[in-house]
Design a protein around this ligand. Structure first.
Ligand code: NAD
Ligand code: 89V
Length: 336
């Protein structure tokens, strides 16, 4: 495989690929030669490129992992698809729904697999909560609160987040809305309020969304980067899922508490740090490995990955609906 975009978050992709025995990183590519060369050196790739077109022309690849920012995804996917190379693309898939759809259609027409790097649902604490639900411990869920509230300075590692007119919903809300979809299913209607608290950034940094799901369930998805509280909980997502027989709570401090038929159990679900992960990022870093492992496993079984392009269009549609709702002040109905 090859990785395109050797920036801030791609380091986690590279560490994860390097630890999956079935995968060989044969090439890396970044417009910035220093970043491409550093990735080549640190992860033992045979070749480094600064031009993706040149790389596709020269290499025989099974798949490519695109870890650049969203403005470049469509053009890079088109290059991969033209060569019959399967594709993983970081979230957000593209800056507009139309371009996301183009990415999905391009891959379908070329017959290449497409997975979106939507990793939050693969965090091990969230997987533990999803398992408790799938095991029937609370029965059918009718309410979910998925919450991410932090005051962490994400802008130092990802400066582009400070200058985008749209910030928290498209960068972070997309993950939390995806987790909510994975738990509660598709949405029918949605209402969202946004706030812009931090004057030093261009976009909204708080978003509170209410969802009515197609099967009648209701969710509240709230995200904030303007929450000042100690200990700083970044980057934990907390969950409360209420069902007919009990409640699943993923609490701060990585505690999973399940009330099931009148009995309560509680366990620690914090992931161990790996040789290349560091707190507080470890839960996100490990989810990258879990997601990449999922890509390899589903490839072998010839199954669709959970976060296929088609699946991810539904999450992306929630983000766009949330912006529409916040801008218009009205409830938005999602297309079937
Ligand atoms: P970054 O700016 O640090 O890295 C992007 C790299 O891509 C840069 O080094 C840039 O030179 C390179 N690049 C851009 N266009 C290119 C092209 N056409 N060809 C080759 N190289 C090119 O950005 P980042 O913070 O690493 O974010 C990258 C993506 O990862 C974004 O989509 C972001 O939303 C996503 N991200 C996801 C998570 C997550 O948990 N899933 C976390 C952080 C960032
Ligand atoms: O996942 C992301 O896209 C990151 C972060 C979790 C830091 O918001 O930008």
């Amino acid at each position: 495989m090859a990785l395109i975009g050797c920036g801030f978050f791609a380091q986690n992709h590279l560490h994860s690929w390097a630890s999956i025995p079935e995968v060989e990183i044969v090439a890396v590519c970044d417009r910035d030669a220093a970043k491409a060369e550093a990735a080549q050196k640190n992860f033992g790739a045979a070749r480094a490129y600064t031009d993706a077109a040149e790389m596709f022309a020269a290499e025989k690849l099974d798949f490519v992992d695109i870890a650049t920012t969203m403005q470049t995804h469509l053009a890079l996917v088109e290059m991969a698809a033209a060569q019959g190379v399967h594709v993983i693309v970081q979230k957000p898939l593209a800056p507009s729904f139309e371009d996301c759809q183009k990415i999905v259609d391009t891959c379908a027409q070329a017959g290449v697999r497409l997975m979106v790097h939507e990793n939050f649902r693969f965090q091990s604490p969230i997987l533990a909560a999803r398992r408790a639900l799938a095991d029937g411990r609370i029965g059918k869920p009718h309410y979910c609160q998925a919450s991410f509230r932090s005051g962490y300075d994400v802008f130092s590692g990802q400066p582009y987040l400070a200058t985008e007119k749209r910030f928290i919903l498209i960068d972070l809300g997309i993950h939390i809305l995806d987790v909510c979809r994975a738990i509660m299913g598709e949405a029918e209607t949605l209402y969202c309020l946004t706030q812009h608290i931090n004057p030093k950034i261009a976009g909204e940094d708080v978003a509170t969304t209410m969802i009515r799901h197609r099967d009648g369930g209701v969710s509240v998805v709230d995200c904030s980067y303007a929450s000042r509280r100690l200990p700083e909980p970044f980057p934990q997502t907390v969950l409360r899922i209420e069902g007919e027989h009990g409640t699943i709570e993923l609490l701060e401090g990585y505690r999973l508490r399940v009330t099931s038929h009148g009995q309560v159990t509680e366990e620690g679900v914090e992931p161990e740090t790996l040789s290349w992960t560091q707190k507080p990022w470890h839960v996100l870093q490990e989810s990258v490995l879990n997601l990449q492992r999922h890509w390899v496993d589903t490839w072998r079984k010839e199954e669709m990955p959970e976060t296929s392009g088609t699946d991810n269009l539904q999450t992306y549609a929630l983000v766009m609906a949330a912006y529409r709702s916040a801008e218009s002040g009205s409830v938005v109905t999602l297309a079937a």
